[in-house]
Design a protein around this ligand. Structure first.
Ligand code: CAO
Length: 428
């Protein structure tokens, strides 16, 4: 029978197949893992709802699977003893594995491809292999019990890019000459640039980004930029940082930016809103300030949000941000943190740059990009030059529902809170 991909919520219509945990011929029971899929919201493991034997996988790794369509087909009569034939039927005759090559019932030369999901390695290494479009079964593992280490994959990538990979069957060749593939055998040319065109399929999170960004780019956007003096905030943060460190909390400037945004949104609630995407026929002013933070993660750009910023202290915001950053770096951000945002800040300045042109996170109506802190000379009230730490902000607002004057007034309020962080105390 067909096993359809269930609706995983959040309006997700399709997901990418990241890895299969089963292959045709495998017996499967309810709650056994079938595959891992990825949407723009999260990576999710799909488990079986039936007992039986896997008959067919309907997609290859990297394919987009549609919600409601068959993911696999399962033979419901378990234990019929047919796994081997199904296995050979489903496998292309390419790389040999030592297991299958020695199966007595198979012709001696018959080659059955090993399932990449069975290769002994970590999710991080799988991710690198996926990004580099590498078949894990082609790489020799040098870790304990043949475990595939990160450097095994990186060495493989370099060898491939340098054109020094054994041509037809890298793994077999490497098994015959394992010394050449160890981490210490870097060739002097390994850091040389490869002056060749490379065409790479756009998939995974990037493919999802293509769709969402194309749609967001249709929004008529109003841009507004300003400069913020950061001297006072830098000093306040310096004073509070030590206290937070003792409590194992990393206090960056972001929690202050988030709190200032929430306080300013109390005055301008029309900027904390959702619009109906396609035709913008309705706008919903959102009750909670669920402020998204654009995050540079190993998976790419993700925008988790901190819920109810209006009810949180700066310390609580720091703790939430720490939690989200940890999950982001581990690739574990889930739908609960990635959905429901109402307004977004993107601290691209943590990487560099002064001004930016951010793209609205639909269906929200405003995003702000923060530039790099820079110490520059500035006049004070007495026309004396003094060093001043400046940060730029670049807002983008959906001009269908937000006018420029409102955006500017909101920005002024936000700026005043940041330039005078003590004033936030009055409103906490
Ligand atoms: N200018 C200069 N330094 C900055 C800075 C800025 N705008 N923002 C942060 N820093 C500094 C911090 O002060 C910290 O240094 P110290 O601890 O020594 O003082 C260091 O950079 C690291 O900060 P952080 O990244 O841990 O903390 P954060 O809370 O400021 O930022 C986050 C968190 C998630 C916003 C950030 O790590 C990030 O991912 N930014 C990139 C966002 C992005 O990619 N936007 C583009 C979206 S469109 O593709």
């Amino acid at each position: 029978m067909d096993f359809n991909l269930a609706d995983i919520g959040e309006g997700i219509a399709e997901v990418e197949i990241m890895q299969w945990f089963v292959k045709p011929g495998d017996p499967i029971m309810q709650f056994d893992r079938v595959c891992e899929v990825q949407s723009d919201k999260a990576t999710v493991e799909i488990t079986s709802r039936y007992d039986g034997v896997i008959d067919k996988l309907c997609y290859d790794i990297g394919d987009m699977a549609a919600v409601g369509q068959p993911l696999i087909t399962i033979k419901m009569e378990a234990g019929a003893g047919e796994p081997e034939s199904a296995d050979i039927k489903g496998a292309p005759p390419s790389t040999a594995s030592s297991d299958t090559a020695s199966t007595s019932s198979s012709p001696p030369k018959k080659k059955v491809k090993i399932d990449a999901s069975k290769v002994l390695t970590s999710p991080a290494v799988r991710r690198i292999a996926k990004e580099e479009s590498i078949d894990l079964t082609e790489v020799v593992g040098t870790g304990p019990k043949g475990r595939l280490l990160k450097e095994d994959v990186l060495n493989y990538v370099e060898a491939r890019n340098n054109g020094t990979l054994p041509s037809s069957n890298a793994k077999e060749a490497s098994i015959n000459a394992p010394v050449q593939n160890t981490a210490g055998s870097s060739s002097p040319t390994q850091h040389e640039a490869v002056f060749e065109d490379r065409t790479i399929k756009i998939k995974g999170l990037q493919r999802i980004m293509v769709k969402t960004m194309e749609a967001a780019n249709m929004i008529p956007t109003f841009g507004y930029c300003d400069e913020i003096e950061m001297n006072a905030l830098v000093e306040v943060r310096r004073q509070l940082k030590e206290t937070c460190v003792k409590q194992d909390i990393n206090l960056s400037t972001m929690p202050f930016f988030l709190k200032a945004a929430s306080l300013a949104l109390l005055e301008y609630p029309q900027l904390n809103a959702h619009v109906t995407c396609e035709h913008c026929t309705e706008v919903t002013y959102k009750g909670s300030h669920n402020i998204g933070v654009a995050m540079d993660t190993p998976r790419g750009l993700l925008v988790p949000n901190i819920k109810n910023v209006q009810h949180k202290t700066i310390k609580e915001l720091a703790m939430e941000l720490n939690r989200l950053q940890k999950l982001g770096s581990e690739g574990k951000l889930g739908p609960a943190d990635l959905s429901g945002g109402t307004f977004t800040l993107s601290n691209i300045g943590a990487i560099g740059g002064t001004y930016a042109s951010p793209i609205i996170v639909m269906p929200e109506v405003v995003i702000g990009a923060l530039g790099k802190f820079q110490t520059v000379p500035r006049y004070n009230d007495k026309m004396e030059v003094r060093p001043c730490t400046i940060m730029s902000v670049s807002w983008a607002a959906d001009h269908r529902v937000v006018d420029g004057a409102t955006m500017a007034r909101f920005s002024n309020v936000w700026k005043t809170y940041i330039e005078n962080p003590n004033t936030m105390l009055l409103d906490l």
